[in-house]
Design a protein around this ligand. Sequence first.
Ligand SMILES: [Cu+2]
Length: 241
Amino acid sequence: MASTNAPIYDELFNVLFVIGTILFIGMTALVIYSLIQFRRKPGEEGDGLPIEDNLPLEIFWTAVPAVVILFVGLYSYDIYDRMGGMQILSNDMHSHHSISSQEKVWGGIGSSKQESNTSRDFPINVELTAMQFAFLFNYPKGEIISGELHVPVGQPITMRMESKDVIHAFWVPEFRLKQDVIPGQPTILNFTPTRTGRYPIICAELCGPYHGGMRSTVVVEEPEEYDAWFKKNSKQTEVEL
Ligand SMILES: [Cu+2]
């Protein structure tokens, strides 16, 4: 769990896992019980009871899955909403010049609950370009282009993503974040890393023969380390952070 998004996502996983476990144990127990209880006894030669239907039982086994699936559906929607996925992002949220006023931007997973309380430029804007078979990260403010994503811990990041060729997907398992990267249709991903370290970035959309090698790394650093990296790689001599 290395982003603010991860606990929300893991909550959904845990609930689904508990439901699945209960169903599995219940059904397995019922099968084992029936195998023992209803087996042919010695001396029993006739056919079984000619049972045709059982309305209460049929209502029961239709209603239980219906309720469970309805709950899972509503709950998943709620989790997706809490992750910011249902938000339609207005363009003025993203001040960078390359986003024109006509451009529709959607899919803002992670965009909820992000507030800044420091003087730094927030959120940190990164532009991701995906292509066969690499991810490129552009930091417009420092004119940096990097093959690795560097981010400071505990600070919100807004990443605008677009593909040059086919559909790719930006996936960071430790962040519990995955979002398609589409040609001609920018998508936005917002996240706040919560733990320093190096985590794999994986393309999660079959995009060609070297799809399996389309990987990168996100480096989550202490803010000072990030600032040092940013200054070192920035093309401008003076960068205001
Ligand atoms: Cu790809």
